[in-house]
Ligand binder design. Sequence first.
Ligand SMILES: [Zn+2]
Length: 444
Amino acid sequence: MTALHEPHAEDFQSLDELHALQDRKLQALGLRLAGSPEWCAHLAKAGVKPGDLRDRTSLAAMPTLEKADLRERYPFPMLTVPVEQVARFCATSGTTGLPVMFGFTRHDWEVTLVRQLARIYRTVNLRPGDRVYQGFGYGLWIGGPSMDAALSAYGAVNFPVGPGRADLVVRWLADHGYTVTTMSPLWLMTLIATAKNAGFDPARQWKLRLGVFGGQSVSATFRQEIEAQMPSGFMAHNNYGTTEAGGPILSISCPHSHAHDQMHLINEDSVLTEIVDPKTLQPVGPGEVGEVLITTLDKQASPVVRWRTRDLVRRADRPYACACGRKAFALIGRIIGRSDDMLKVRGVIVFPTQVEDVIAGMECLAKEAWQIYIDGDGASLDRIEVAVERLPSATMGTDALAAEVAARLRARLGLTVNVTCHVEGKLPRYEAKAARVIRRAATH
Ligand SMILES: [Zn+2]
């Protein structure tokens, strides 16, 4: 058997091979779902039954799956195996409502998930013996525990530090000689600032050569800013996944697509993705923006069929033309935002990531600390306010900086935005996913 870190022929399979495998696995999934009364009832609402799922073509007739479908089957929705066969549960973050529980059998956790993450590690050239500062959170969140399982099987040296403890880890980064980190990119930016304040020089004293960044999608400008302050050759990779898909396993950039800010849908042979128009659910073409739908092909417990992630992404103009030679794992841009993060301001669509792009492009601002404030509870807004922080090294004052940010936002969004500029350290920092949009209660 090929060791997890060695080159795998399956990573370079053809599109025809992938499609044949997806068809076989979809048919097997239909047979598995037939044993679940919950799945039969869910599919019956759309007038179909599990046996109708035979291949990729028939998938389009299946209903999508949404949070409301799972909530009404509390506490262990659509589990498909007896609870006794679940080795562990993970849960969604529960930022809106109760967390939803997803089960993993031993095979799901120790075989499927490990294979999926090992392919991600191979794609970014992680090596056995790499010292990994694992900075994703633990508990019911899938980030940290999934990395622990896969790093161990892969032969990496894991330091499961989790998020937080900045004062300690800026020292450990120098003393322990970590070569790889898995964490939120926002947190690494916070660590760089902490290290500099404590008298460390990350570019010289740290050994990091690779970052696998998840939990939060950041722009190419933000990643370049991180790379510029790291030891030379350090490469920051965007990694995307969800609990519903079975982990942080959906996509990763390769050393070639990294420069174009694109990721491969890297596990299409075990998690099938569709990218569709959120309104019509019709597939979008190359170069177009759509929502990611997920169907898990291998998961024994808690499979999903056409799960609506609400994450919006742009398909690459040439999805199968990466110089790395991967022919079956299509390229997508970074996650643009969630369809529920989308703001409508005086009729103009605004994504928080557009604001982030502007802030990341200004040297004199803290990249990890900024907020958008909105007022009231309506869906359509009259105005938004943006708060940023001035770095001590900036030559401009806070008022001049606020005016400059406002001018750039006007150019980018076509909107006049109120901007407040604070001194460094005033705005909240986030160890994982940032809450960028804060809705204030109506005051009048
Ligand atoms: Zn590639």
